[in-house]
Design a protein around this ligand. Structure first.
Ligand code: GLN
Length: 194
């Protein structure tokens, strides 16, 4: 199994370290060829407007959309969740997402008062995990076939799953809790066996 990490901008090394910790081979994805032979892909956090521009600049947008559309397992964290969402509110001018996950996300949903914080989040099937929220988005609409796997105590949705794709608002790779990555690796293994 090889898990790719989109390596254009943002928290790439933290995800690679997490995969190393789980003894799962990883590959930094910067060019179209890097997508060949990967079994899953992580879209890291960072700045979704920048990641969007770089995917287009490097000719990665259409190959990524094709791979995601074909059912490549994808884990998106924070800006990665934004990239994976079909719809965004609060987008930067001209900002597009890759899409694939039938949700609407609101960028920078926590505002400047409380724009970064650490907390524990209960994730379905995993339990309470340590999570960092850094200028995080929230999920404001969930399409059919998408399960909510994590909410904050006030009910705001911060984790979703649609069978092949997992998106979370927060950064488990920053707090260093490996269990979401473990669950993603289990999902990839399951999909490979089908
Ligand atoms: N606010 C960022 C964005 O809109 C996401 C922040 C993050 O990934 N930590 O892309």
């Amino acid at each position: 199994m090889i898990v790719g990490v989109l390596a254009l901008q943002g928290g790439v090394s933290e995800h690679i370290a997490m995969l190393e910790h789980l003894a799962v081979p990883s590959r930094a994805v910067r060019r179209t060829e890097d997508l060949d032979g990967i079994d899953g892909l992580i879209l890291p956090g960072g700045e979704s407007g920048v990641i969007d521009r770089l995917t287009r600049l490097f000719g990665l947008r259409e190959p990524l959309r094709a791979a995601i559309g074909a059912g490549l397992p994808v884990l998106g964290t924070c800006a990665g969740l934004i990239m994976l969402a079909d719809r965004i509110t609060g987008a930067a001018p001209g900002q597009q997402t890759l899409g694939g996950l039938d949700v609407t996300v609101e960028r920078n949903a926590f505002g400047s008062q409380r724009d970064s914080f650490d907390t524990t989040v209960d994730v379905a099937g995993i339990g309470a995990i340590d999570a960092s929220f850094i200028r995080a988005p929230i999920v404001t609409e969930v399409g059919e076939g998408v399960d909510v796997i994590a909410t904050l105590p006030d009910g705001r949705i911060v984790g979703v799953h649609d069978g092949h794709r997992i998106g979370v608002s927060f950064h488990p790779e920053v707090s260093g809790d490996p269990r979401l990555h473990e669950a993603f690796v289990r999902l990839i293994a399951e999909i490979r066996r089908r």
